[in-house]
Design a protein around this ligand. Sequence first.
Ligand SMILES: NC(=O)c1ccc[n+]([C@@H]2O[C@H](COP(=O)([O-])OP(=O)(O)OC[C@H]3O[C@@H](n4cnc5c(N)ncnc54)[C@H](OP(=O)(O)O)[C@@H]3O)[C@@H](O)[C@H]2O)c1
Length: 267
Amino acid sequence: MENSSHIIIDPKELNGKRVLVTGGTKGGMGEAIVKRLTKAGATVITTARTTPDELKESDLFIQADISTPDGTTKIAEYILERFGGLDILVNNVGGSSTPTGGVLVQTDADWQRTFDTNLFAAVRLDRGLLPPMLKQGYGVIIHVTSIQRRFPGENTMAYSSAKAALANYSKALATELAPKGIRVNSVAPGFTETKAAERLIERMARERGCDCSDARQALMDSLGGIPIGRTARPEEVAKLVAFLVSNRASYIVGAEHTIDGGIVRTI
Ligand SMILES: NC(=O)c1ccc[n+]([C@@H]2O[C@H](COP(=O)([O-])OP(=O)(O)OC[C@H]3O[C@@H](n4cnc5c(N)ncnc54)[C@H](OP(=O)(O)O)[C@@H]3O)[C@@H](O)[C@H]2O)c1
């Protein structure tokens, strides 16, 4: 047993489980989830567009752009051929890169790219990897949504809309697959301090001539404040995912789990 972040990790809990976590390479939630599920004994495969040096020779890494049908097909084919299927699929990749400036500057291409990354990637990957899960009568699927799906950001309307669609799809999928032994749930993080968020805070601090804690506070204030008083650590989201994919969550189906330190005030 390992004691990590005040909880005991059973190193055998996910023994023998084949897991795919998309987007596990850049110091965000994906990487934290990969590490957490690996510590629990799972064989964890991950993906990204860029191959990190340390994963160049690894058979647990697939280079692919998940926002394209070719990318998701490449991932599904590799997993089916190399591992024969999956027990757990964590659809983690997502994000927003649309320009700021309101509805009139968001082009069709911006909307399409955002939906490709945040919705269609998961739909295509689930579809590609479901047949062997259905055959074995067992599986767990997680969709990482966002609090923005209920709390749309001013400059990220395509992203919040895509995440709302992802949450809706996730619920429908959960209902369809529960009788077949497959549990589907979603996780909606709030402001999580990933490596990319750290870089954003540092850039804001430079641009505003303030220190990082003031820049971080400005971001927290822009969300209406975070009642718990701090941002989330990626490892905290990973702990939630580790619980949801385990048999400890055997009766949890079709639920969205918000993990946001209290940002969303509504029920
Ligand atoms: N961070 C937050 O505060 C926050 C809040 C709410 C929800 N979320 C959601 O939580 C999830 C994880 O976010 P995160 O910020 O922690 O990021 P993350 O998990 O660190 O994701 C980045 C990873 O995804 C890969 N990636 C990005 N676009 C890709 C693409 N098109 N194809 C394949 N791989 C791709 C990156 O590698 P490459 O760049 O090499 O491809 C990297 O491995 C996302 O769904 C996000 O929308 C985040």
